[in-house]
Unconditional design. Structure first.
Length: 629
């Protein structure tokens, strides 16, 4: 959602009314366009639960180079394609999740410079091999030797030679012939990243799936009787400096340091000995601890430090269902940054919306179960303990009441831990004619407080805050058209608290929808644009920084250079009605192993009575370093 407007003092004036946009524009944008696109035919593709990509190995021989990827099960689809300028071989795995963070492996071989692996999209893991010369490649799949609960994808590379043959016997495809296109690839799938298969170099692609391919079999590793333990984590440090000083007392600098350590224990193979033959399963326990320090200063100075369990859960999966029990993050919705359907976890709003949405999420204690019948997926969540958005009432530049101290008392009524305050959610998703659809319902409490100012309280002026119940009904869709990905989502809130000029809140129904378009162009260009519409049904004229109909445009443009070692990126958000704008230009350097350096700026534009313009004196330059291990 668009972050709730927070006034810096009780006397902020409501912006002057502006004419409403043409009704025909709102009708076409909000209703007819998605309807026409929903009726467009696209080849069908079955839905599939995501597998986990947990490991990669890079054994090399004299002429041949082999890459072995270990997965928790057989993926729904695998695609490979060659890109030029510079020359690369990319392999997309769907539906899949990458365990841990993005990583890379250097290589000492005549064929490749190295290998990179990343969570390219929410349901797609991408592996990129940076090529030194032209190669022929074979992609095959098999059950992991010695562990039938896992699966392996093997990528074989050989120098380009007219008469040479790839190693190993010709394996039989696991997928039916109807799923293969004439060029030997896989038919189109719902994941947006897979639209890249029609790019330059498709004629060199060769994809084969094999259940009994032995050509690349590596020696079986001894399995510990205590199972496997993996560790990972990252350390991040970010500092900002305001780009121009204002006349008011301000916090010109900010520093944040985050350290997260994660451990994952996978039980030994005998723990799954009772699993029926031929079926895959996956069980592990994951726990992470996070140290987080945030400082605003120097005048007034404000700092917070927390050392806490970040995530900690048990995961168990079979082909028919999976269960995740513990402290975790569950993401609903298809949109980026502004996601009306994504309301299960609270957010850390102490830096407002400067960090990415995924970095703002706060884990909750909950149980999530998913069932995988043939035609659809059914998901249920139960959140026994309420957690609100994290923010400051005062003391920092993004606090609810501003950075300056005031004489208001805060009386916050947080819900207790009883089951009467629990949250419940249901979501069902399916794929029809190449379109991913989902419907959801969430019974929860608002994550941001409802406010009521009592200036005549015997103890002095008091601001009362509580967190009322709300019902949220959501919908989602996603598909691809060649190099374009199209998606959208929306949610109806039966009651949403909105702050007024008098620091009271009014509760009103709200309809919030997003339409998004992705484009992956040639030479590593990526562009994303989203149109957001928020309609307030019972609008009152004294609601701050909001109108009856609010329109925002947000997204991202980026391009990679130097074989992915450098990325230039621009995040943007535009208030179409009131003219405010927020930009984050950023240069990201990844040439050092496991180290990522970012240099950029947070820039605010617009009239001072708009959502973005109110921070126009807070333009900041930032430097961020992230080390992953």
């Amino acid at each position: 959602m668009v972050p709730e407007a927070r006034p810096s003092n009780p006397n902020v004036k409501q912006p002057h009314a502006r004419p409403a946009p043409d009704f025909l524009w709102r009708f076409l944008g909000a209703f007819l366009l998605p309807l026409l696109l929903l009726l467009s035919p696209v080849p069908a593709a079955p839905a599939s639960p995501p597998v986990v990509v947990s490991d990669l190995a890079l054994p090399a021989h004299h002429d041949e180079q082999t890459l072995i990827l270990t997965l928790s099960g057989q993926p729904h689809s695998v695609r490979s394609f060659v890109m030029s300028k510079p020359s690369r071989l990319a392999v997309d795995i769907a539906a899949a999740r990458l365990q841990g963070d993005n990583r890379s492996l250097p290589a000492q071989h005549d064929l490749i410079h190295g290998v990179r692996i990343a969570q390219f999209k929410k349901d797609t893991v991408r592996v990129v091999l940076d090529l030194k010369r032209e190669v022929r490649h074979l992609v095959s799949s098999r059950p992991a030797p010695g562990d039938p609960t896992r699966h392996e994808i093997i990528v074989n590379l050989l120098p380009q030679a007219p008469d040479a043959a790839l190693p190993g016997p010709s394996p039989a495809p696991l997928l039916p012939q109807a799923a293969l296109d004439p060029a030997g690839g896989i038919a189109s799938e719902p994941a947006p990243a897979l639209s890249l298969a029609k790019r330059e170099g498709e004629q060199n692609r060769k994809i084969v799936f094999s259940a009994d391919d032995k050509s690349s079999q590596r020696p079986q590793e001894e399995t510990s009787p205590w199972g496997a333990m993996d560790f990972s984590g990252f350390a991040m440090a970010k500092g900002t400096q305001e780009m121009h000083e204002s006349g008011d007392s301000e916090q010109a600098r900010m520093f944040r340091n985050t350290l997260r350590l994660e451990g994952k224990w996978t039980p030994p193979a005998w723990a799954n000995a009772q699993q029926p033959k031929g079926e895959t399963s996956n069980t592990f326990v994951l726990a992470s601890v996070q140290s987080d320090y945030l400082w605003f200063g120097p005048t007034p100075s404000s700092d917070d430090y927390d050392l806490e369990l970040y995530e900690g859960y048990l995961f168990r999966a079979t082909p028919d269902w999976d269960l995740r029990l513990g402290r975790q993050i569950v993401r609903w919705g298809k949109a980026d940054q502004i996601s009306p359907v994504d309301n299960i976890n609270p957010q850390d709003m102490r830096e407002f919306f400067l960090p990415d949405l995924e970095d703002r999420k706060i884990p909750n204690w909950m149980a999530r179960v998913r069932l995988f019948p043939d035609l659809f997926t059914l998901e249920g969540v139960f959140v026994p303990f309420f957690e609100e958005n994290r923010f400051d009432y005062t003391g920092s530049k993004f606090a609810l009441l501003g950075s300056e101290p005031n004489n208001l008392r805060i009386n916050e009524s947080e819900p207790g831990n009883g089951l009467d305050n629990a949250a419940l959610g249901l979501r069902t998703s399916t794929t029809v004619a190449g379109w991913d659809f989902a419907l959801s319902y969430l019974y929860t409490r608002e994550k941001s407080p409802r406010l009521r100012l009592d200036p005549a309280s015997p103890a002095g002026p008091t601001l009362h805050a509580d967190y009322p119940r709300q019902h949220i009904f959501g919908w989602e869709f996603e598909t691809t058209f060649d190099k374009f990905g199209f998606r959208g989502e929306g949610a109806y809130f039966d009651g949403q608290s909105m702050t007024t000029e008098s620091l009271d809140s009014v509760s009103t129904p709200v309809l919030h929808s997003v339409l998004g378009l992705d484009y992956m162009g040639e030479q590593d260009w990526y562009a994303n644009v989203q149109l957001t519409h928020q309609h307030v049904f019972e609008y009152e004229s004294d609601i701050l920084f909001s109108r009856r109909d609010n329109f925002y445009l947000n997204g991202e443009v980026n391009r990679e250079f130097w074989r992915g070692d450098l990325m230039l990126k621009l995040r943007y958000a535009l208030d179409i009605r009131d003219g405010g704008m927020f930009l984050t230009p950023e240069a990201i350097l990844k040439s050092f192993r496991n180290l990522e350096l970012s240099l950029g700026a947070y820039l605010f534009f617009g009239p001072s009575d708009t959502l973005f313009g109110r921070y126009q004196d807070n333009d900041q330059a930032f430097l961020k370093a992230t080390y992953r291990f």
